[in-house]
Design a protein around this ligand. Structure first.
Ligand code: APR
Ligand code: PHB
Length: 389
């Protein structure tokens, strides 16, 4: 089989890139290791920057997002000293959109189906070949048969555990990592959100987040030790602990109910360089992981796709190979910006093991500055709503 761009991974990065390339008349094949239901079943975050929303509209799959997405013009932060709001609209003239990543992935699949996309699910043992030559190719197995795809370029959109990053010689890779000594226990519940907008809570017992998907579907997280397991947390215990960490008036009035999804996710900051190895380009989680505190995971994947789409369009449609050299520096500048913001949000909002009362006071003072200094709010709002592309 031959295609212009072989895309490894059928998650949001791979599907969005395939949709944009196909709309520009560039052929793609997507290889996904899991089934479609598995990919669609994953519960992930749900806060979109304006840039990501525009990318989805450019890809022709923004209609449902426009109908069902909820615009948030600010968010709340709370400490034991009280809660305050950062008004994104007032500070930087921007808003974010609350719309689940699961919905985004569904919309992308629907658009790809409508475009007649070639997506192979349960494609196993994907391997990349001749990346440094001018005729790379991909091999994979499906239904016990081995297959080959010849292509011009390969986009590695296969997430943190994928094969693409591993296809770059280890001695050529530099990996930057910070692993945080705690995780997030997340619950999805068919209950009304605790507040109009998100609440990020710093509390001596640990971080908490009150988020939502829509007026009847809410998402909550509490910081837990990495040694905890889900079985050890009953719904009752979860709601109790969450209420201790949120402002009292919010806790009193919030609706609770059975968890329809409950899981613990570790927190890490990770970047792998280079993003490009010959004809291979890494995109999204294949190249970087952010802790979810800054809500940057999907948004960074979208900006990577933006830069790679422009580079591939330049190389394929305008025969301008130099465009390819722009991908990595442009994407990395924005990646490190979001990396810093996500690390900062995580550092000021979580309780670190061995953290002293002095450290706690420093966090509260940092948050007091955020509450009282316009300049601090502008910087936070600029980063939260999305650094420019
Ligand atoms: N071969 C084929 N497909 C693979 C392989 C492989 N060897 N390894 C992984 N995959 C698939 C996974 O099954 C998954 O569906 O690649 C896809 C990668 O998707 P994501 O992990 O969602 O990564 P990405 O598309 O970059 O999306 C980034 O997802 O995790 C969130 O916070 C993150 O929001 C961010 C977004
Ligand atoms: C979510 O709604 O799942 C969510 C929102 C904001 C975050 C992280 C997760 O920072």
């Amino acid at each position: 089989m031959r295609t212009q761009v072989a895309i490894i991974g059928g998650g949001p990065s791979g599907l969005l890139l395939s949709q944009l390339l196909m709309r520009a008349g560039i052929s793609t094949v997507v290889l996904e290791r899991q089934t479609r239901d598995y990919v669609l079943g994953r519960i992930r975050a749900g806060v979109l920057e304006r840039g990501a929303v525009e990318m989805l509209h450019r890809a022709g799959c923004g209609a449902r997002l426009a109908r069902e997405g909820i615009a948030h013009e600010g968010c709340n932060l709370s400490t034991v000293n009280g809660m305050f709001r950062v008004d994104f609209q007032a500070r930087v003239g921007e808003a974010v959109t609350v719309y689940g990543q699961t919905e985004v992935t569904q919309d992308l699949y629907a658009a790809q189906d409508a475009a007649g996309a070639v997506i192979f699910h349960e494609a196993l043992n994907v391997a990349l070949h001749d990346l440094e030559g001018s005729a790379p190719w991909v091999s994979y197995e499906k239904d016990g048969q081995s297959h080959r795809i010849d292509c011009d370029y390969i986009a590695g959109c296969d997430g943190f555990h994928g094969i693409s990053r591993q296809s770059i010689p280890a001695e050529k890779r530099t990996e930057y990592e910070r692993v945080y000594p705690f995780g997030w226990l997340g619950v999805l519940s068919r209950t009304a959100p605790a507040a109009e907008e998100l609440i990020y809570a710093n509390h001596p017992r640990g971080f908490a987040l009150a988020s939502m998907r829509n007026p009847t579907l809410s998402r909550y997280y509490i910081q837990v030790p990495l040694s905890d397991n889900v079985e050890g947390w009953s719904d009752h215990a979860f709601w109790d602990e969450l209420k201790r960490r949120l402002p009292a008036d919010v806790a009193e009035s919030m609706e609770t109910g059975p968890a329809i999804e409950k899981s613990i996710a570790p927190l890490r900051s990770f970047v792998a360089e280079p993003l490009r190895w010959g004809r291979l380009f890494l995109v999204g989680d294949a190249a970087h992981i952010v802790p979810p505190t800054g809500a940057k995971g999907l948004n960074l994947a979208a900006s990577d796709v933006h830069y790679l789409f422009e580079a591939l369009q330049g190389a394929i449609l305008e025969r301008d190979d130099a465009a390819l050299d722009q991908y990595a520096p442009r994407a990395l500048k924005r990646i490190w910006g979001a990396m810093r913001f996500s690390w900062w949000m995580t550092s000021i909002l979580h309780r670190f093991p061995g953290q002293s009362d002095f450290d706690q006071k420093i966090q509260e003072s940092e948050l007091l500055q955020l509450e009282t200094l316009e300049s601090a709010q502008v910087t936070m709002a600029r980063n939260y709503t999305g650094l420019p592309y």
